[in-house]
Ligand binder design. Sequence first.
Ligand SMILES: *Cc1c(COP(=O)(O)O)cnc(C)c1O
Length: 365
Amino acid sequence: MSSNILNNLNPGIENLHPYEPGRSIDEVVAEFGHHEVVKLASNENPLGASPKALSILAELESDLHLYPDGNGTKLKKEIANHENVALDNIIIGNGSNEILELAARAFLNSNTSSIASKHAFAVYKIVTQSSGASLIEVPTCNWTHDLKSFENYIESDTRVIFIANPNNPTGTYNNHEAVHSLLKKVPSSVLVVLDCAYFEYVTKDDYVRPLELLNEFDNLLVTKTFSKIHGLASIRVGYGIANPSLIEVLNRIRQPFNVNSVAQAMACIAINDHEHIHQSVELNSQQYEFLYNKLLALGLDCIPSVGNFITFKGNFVGKEMFNNLMKKGVIVRSVDLYDMKDFIRVTIGTEAENLKFISALEELL
Ligand SMILES: *Cc1c(COP(=O)(O)O)cnc(C)c1O
């Protein structure tokens, strides 16, 4: 581009790259001509959307000309019920990513910084730098957020700390105690965002208990999503829970109709579809064991995960393995972007999907 418009770009955006989503099945079919492509690239639910939520889709047609409920009252009631909090503790977003962005816009600017772990979810850097702030990265310990060290990285201009628990792409988690001790050390003027996108998948007894922390700390924002366990990644809905004054601030800056009516209605049903949630967790636990052991048996180095994906490395370059698997009709994720060039992240699929992935991988090793 020859004009000068890009010279006026807000600082911080210059060295960002557009978020690289997983390759879509259609793209890969078009490029390689496979008939059956397995997508294990974006930590989606292999069982699909909540069937109960899907069953109401047709009923929603008649209201599509109307703006959605800008307050999201019905959905917030369901969430309040599910989380055992009040309505004014909740904000809903266009995916939980929107909540992360609102937090950044409310508290970050070019005179401030945020903190996240190295190898943490990519969106923290995007929302930080697009707010003009700088991101301070804390080295991991065994691929896990080293929460004990976080306090040493807090600067006088630090306004937000992002914690992915469990983290994507490593799959590691921090226990309740570790998060609690960090919160006790963080100044109450610093916002701590606890991103629990994979909350429902975690079966560890010592995993974080968000409600207890929310009751103790006013500078805590917990986020969850309908994209993963509920299988509704496409409709874009997530939520944040925090004390009412924090929620009120975030509400001031969100778009008036940020969550569409289809998303609101389907999420209302999905959150109560206990059967689908249960089946999804069961399948994930069972297939995690299967996949993890298979990968180990193939001599690969796996990071133990509590999420619905496994990140592993072997004697290969991640990006090359990603391309070679794609040629065989299996889409996984290379994690170059996370400074993990030797690694591949694979979403735990159905048994058939996992078998297809394992046999393609075996042929390539
Ligand atoms: C998938 C994911 C999200 C969810 O994003 P949505 O915008 O709700 O789809 C948030 N955080 C992490 C760490 C994730 O992996």
